[in-house]
Design a protein around this ligand. Sequence first.
Ligand code: CA
Length: 362
Amino acid sequence: MNRRKFVVATTLTAGSLTACGKPEAIGTAVAPGAKPLHWKMVTSWPANFPGLGAGAARLAEMIGRMSGGRLTVKVFGGGELVPPFEVFDAVSQGTAQMGHSGAYYWKGKAEAAQFFCAVPFGMNAQEMNGWLYHGGGMELWRELYAKFNLVPFAAGNTGVQCAGWFRKEIRSVGDLKGLKMRIPGLGGEVLQRLGGSPVNIPGAELFTALQTGAIDATEWVGPYNDLAFGLHTVAQHCYYPGWQEPGPTLECMVNKTAFDALPDDLKAIVEAAARAINDDMLADYTTQNQRALDTLEKEHGVALKPLPPDVLAALRSTSAQVVEEIANKDPFSARVYASYRTYLDGARRWHEVSEAAYYAAR
Ligand code: CA
């Protein structure tokens, strides 16, 4: 710990030299040949869990390799160093320098955080990346997290998820009443408005919660991850589409003090590695979800069902109300939503005549 403080203090000094216009002095503590930095990454996922945990592990490995070992990152699964939902605080306070999670878990810290992960009936993965990287989204996310001494990066996406696994069939909106379902973020708020009872529990506890009847239903991710947890063995009905998470962005957060102390090349390495993982995770899910869907259907006889049109319509109209209300809760949320909404409107029009038209034509 003392050694880490020393290294951070040294790099802070080096960083301040940059501001004085002496780039040759940048990051002397972590320059090639200097003593390497060893960071910790806490995550909200089981260690090496397919897709999410594996993505966090690949991100850490990539940073180590790209930096030639000058910055190494040790990954901790949810609960190993801190509980899954304490990642934000742990990185904010510097218990760990990095975290891998989903921003919608932090609505208790800032409502606006949810817009950087998943919005019901909102943007898909392609659109989220467009908004974040080229539509002003990333700047807003950085502004929000700076208040918590954090620097955020998009670091993964699952693509469109499934609506979830249910112990009972959903035939009408009335079947959502009294439904105790694990569903985080804005999707949970929507379920609540329709009479359901949303809960948020870590992924690792989903199987037992569903098996014991502590919950009636859960959404998790999709075939790849749901099969890994064996959710099909404890709930009979799987519905689509994942209206609640149409393209959730996973996040890599870095303690701002630690990040600011890095020399420019290591900052760029962290940024580039996060961006590579953001892309790679979506490719992984696109590949593994189709394989797992095949396994669920052919080996386990699972028949995925579409949500009834009237249920989907109720979810859609309620989602619009909920998102609007959340956006009006505070001025920053309003700014984020205005940016999100403008981008989504443009993307919707463009994708009507491109992606959607092509899907229909294929
Ligand atoms: Ca989910």
